[in-house]
Design a protein around this ligand. Structure first.
Ligand code: GZL
Ligand code: ZN
Length: 331
């Protein structure tokens, strides 16, 4: 059994290897059919990623790298450890290298105009992915590809309004994403607008956990000390929700019963906690932007018109839906 498997695995790898190198050598070989299928007409993309702060981020990175490989796009990739200065430095190095196109997920909404002006002067088009910028000058980027974070916040709030119908008082603590980041600002705004009409729901505390599991745990520990009665945690991503679960269990309480948790992302660890009943509801945020990014890059480099904003499809999950969806989840 093992020998057979090994032989077939080796065979597959070789084939894969040949296909890949085949697509880069011959211009229009079977594997390299599309114009961007490798070879000297390959476009070069400089991608400045936020960091590796969450399960969502690593899934997003994997998608971009896999899609670049498949599309024959030559990818320069950098991880900014969630620091804007590092991202700006990476953008400047891509400008220096005169890449064909720049793509990045701005860690925060502001402070980009200068470096994006430099890219514009260098004639290098910029694509924003995942997070957007808040700038009056929308000529600084060709298009934005990502989610509608306000809608994500609204979906979370609408679920809570329904789930709280009939309850006398529902106290919510909010674990915000990175301060100044578009998903943090918009998920807060969307949630607040959705619960505005429900006078039995109140956000009694709100603080950033910086989208990390440890951040979520530390802030939740503090909330458990300072808040006499917490009924619900609204976490801007699964990772902070999973950190909150650790804090709640360490305090001897039962997540999903004593305190309900609502999160955003729907990465595997979050979906598992949802199926296990520790999280009550998850709003999906789709990290698989790679294929659409490579298509947009081709069009932008070819000087074709593209929409200013491309919003990706995403849904929501209850505990039952998570249990059913888990086996097919890619990330
Ligand atoms: C959302 C993305 C957020 C995720 C977090 O598109 O920017 O950043 O929700 C990640 O998990 O850290
Ligand atoms: Zn209560």
């Amino acid at each position: 059994m093992f020998k057979k498997t090994l032989a077939s695995t080796v065979g597959a790898v070789l084939l894969l290897g040949m296909t890949a190198c085949g697509s880069s050598d011959d211009a229009g070989g079977a594997a390299g059919g599309s114009t961007s299928g490798g070879g000297d007409d390959a476009i070069t993309m400089g991608f400045a990623q936020v960091g590796a702060e969450s399960g969502w981020r690593t899934a997003n990175t994997a998608s971009i790298q896999a899609s670049a490989e498949e599309a024959g796009v030559e990818l320069q990739f950098s991880d900014a450890q969630q620091k804007q200065a590092n991202q700006i430095q990476a953008l400047r190095s891509y400008i220096q290298q005169q890449v064909d196109v720049i793509a990045f997920s701005p860690v925060v909404e502001t402070g980009w105009d200068t470096v994006l002006q430099e890219a514009k002067r260098a004639g290098i088009p910029v694509i924003l992915t995942d997070r957007s910028i808040d700038s009056p000058d929308d000529t600084l980027y060709a298009t934005f590809l990502g989610s509608d974070f306000v809608a994500e916040g609204e979906k979370a709030g609408e679920w809570l309004v329904e789930d709280s119908a009939g309850a006398d008082q529902v106290n919510v603590v909010e674990l915000q994403g990175t301060t100044g980041a578009a998903p943090a600002i918009d998920r807060k705004e969307g949630f607040e607008s959705a619960i505005a009409g429900a006078d039995n729901i109140e956000v009694v505390a709100s603080q950033t956990g910086d989208f990390t599991r440890s951040g979520g745990r530390q802030v939740m520990e503090a909330f458990l000390q300072s808040q006499p009665d917490i009924d619900v945690v609204y976490a801007h991503n699964d990772d902070m929700g999973l950190g909150a679960i650790e804090a709640i269990e360490a305090a001897g309480m039962v997540p999903g019963e004593d305190i309900k948790i609502i999160t955003v992302d729907a990465v595997k660890d979050g979906m598992q906690a949802l199926a296990d009943g520790k999280i009550s509801f998850i709003v999906e945020c789709n990290p698989l932007l790679g294929d659409q990014l490579m298509e947009l890059a081709d069009q932008v480099v070819a000087g074709e018109e593209v929409p200013k904003r491309v919003v990706v499809e995403e849904t929501t999950f209850t505990q039952e839906e998570a249990a059913a969806a888990l086996p097919d989840r890619q990330y």
